[in-house]
Design a protein around this ligand. Sequence first.
Ligand SMILES: Cc1cc2nc3c(=O)[nH]c(=O)nc-3n(C[C@H](O)[C@H](O)[C@H](O)COP(=O)(O)OP(=O)(O)OC[C@H]3O[C@@H](n4cnc5c(N)ncnc54)[C@H](O)[C@@H]3O)c2cc1C
Length: 461
Amino acid sequence: MNRFWSLFGLNEQPGPTKGHTNGGLPVPNSTLSYWRSELHPIDSYRSSEHLPSECDIAIIGAGITGVSTAYHLSRLHAANNSGKKPSIVILEAREVCSGATGRNGSHSKMRISSIRTLFKDYNAEAADECIAFVYSQSHLMKEAVDREGLDCEFELRRTYDVFVDEQDAKDAGETYRIAVEEGHKWVKEVSFVDSRYAEQITSIKGAKAAVSMPACSLWPYKFVTQLLSRMIDRKELSLYTHTPITSIDSSNSLATTLHTPNGSITTKKLIFATNAYTSAICPSFKEAIIPYKGTACHISPEKPISPHLNSTYNIYYDRQNDPDSKVDYLNPRPDSGIIVGGANWLFKSQKHLWYNTTDDSTLIPNTRPYFSTYMQDNFHGWEDSNAKITHLWTGIQGETKDGKPFVGKVPGKENWYIAAGFNGGGMSFCFSCAEGLAGIVEGKRYEESGLPRMFSTGRLG
Ligand SMILES: Cc1cc2nc3c(=O)[nH]c(=O)nc-3n(C[C@H](O)[C@H](O)[C@H](O)COP(=O)(O)OP(=O)(O)OC[C@H]3O[C@@H](n4cnc5c(N)ncnc54)[C@H](O)[C@@H]3O)c2cc1C
């Protein structure tokens, strides 16, 4: 018996994606991320010994998308006050928030390079719509944090895109100038720092320019687990961890049956919040969402450093249009520790190390030496910090051809819904996409959902 599948109580890997890394499902023994270093009591929670045989709404995946969709659904039901509450069940292959959400950089922002791509690929109205969606998510999340009293280090803050290359700095300045001239809406929240002050303002050695934008950051695992436990306490849903969906039977047009090693459950409505892992159980997304591996670490100085780094960063070390461009992201923590991720240029050409894989149980070679003196090498004031890596991990994201997630009804399927295909900056969309999806599940048309048009599942080939 294959050792991996035996851990899930299976005799063999499930059918649809045979040959793919571990059948395309989450793997056991994932690398330990900093965010998962303080576990919540519901981490491996199961609402009852046996899976219920049926429910009204099943959500696959307990990352930020699945849990937030349940949250928005519960709020909609409470607001409608329409009699009996539907039964909602969340099914999770591993532990709560053990996927990308528990292993990311955890700042939510737009990047200037993504803004440039949006204006290249879409008209100005659609591009502005997408950027406004990200800006507004910070406020939507803040409202939830305050309403639910979540202790998750949530901060509304600024973020800098910092350019070390002269030409990149000029291009960023030009993008900003044109946006101001053409009156783009996104630029109202943005300011540009030129070469005179970029290094002093950002503390980054050799900075030639910086673009300052709105952002938020949080401890994602604490956000997800606390939100989920509030809903469990209020009896708004049931949760089954360590319950991978291995196959789905949709032969009955009124209900769908999900098969797991712990039994089967039949549901009236099904929501895929499985991001990178979607194609393993929903084959229509096989070509559309490809899993790929990224890496991040947590670095801690010997003692807290003053002045504190208040902003999050994306640092562009090289020409953005160069296929080997070097872009890292950083999220300073309130205690003076910092999350640093990226290093893609080290392994980009070795696709077998990171592309089309769901294996987050191993590290990517050479990343530890790259990050080990990162802060001392790149930041003024950190030279004598004796900063060291405390955690280094990998995580799996979902690549889509246009870099946008798929949100809405699953084409060709009655009562199947999806919010997946979130890539390396994807958390910036998840909470708001979950709100839009909840509206659609409850009968809204896509156009009424508040979702950007470019996220529609209608574009699935
Ligand atoms: C290293 C790294 C750094 C990142 N940095 C940032 C950042 O700084 N900012 C940003 O905005 N985004 C970032 N991202 C991306 C962001 O983390 C994701 O876009 C976001 O977390 C996706 O959330 P999700 O809930 O959709 O997916 P996930 O968190 O992956 O949740 C999906 C869940 O579904 C479960 N699941 C899958 N298949 C099954 C099945 N068959 N049965 C049962 N359960 C299943 C998984 O176990 C998982 O828990 C980063 C990602 C990585 C990996």
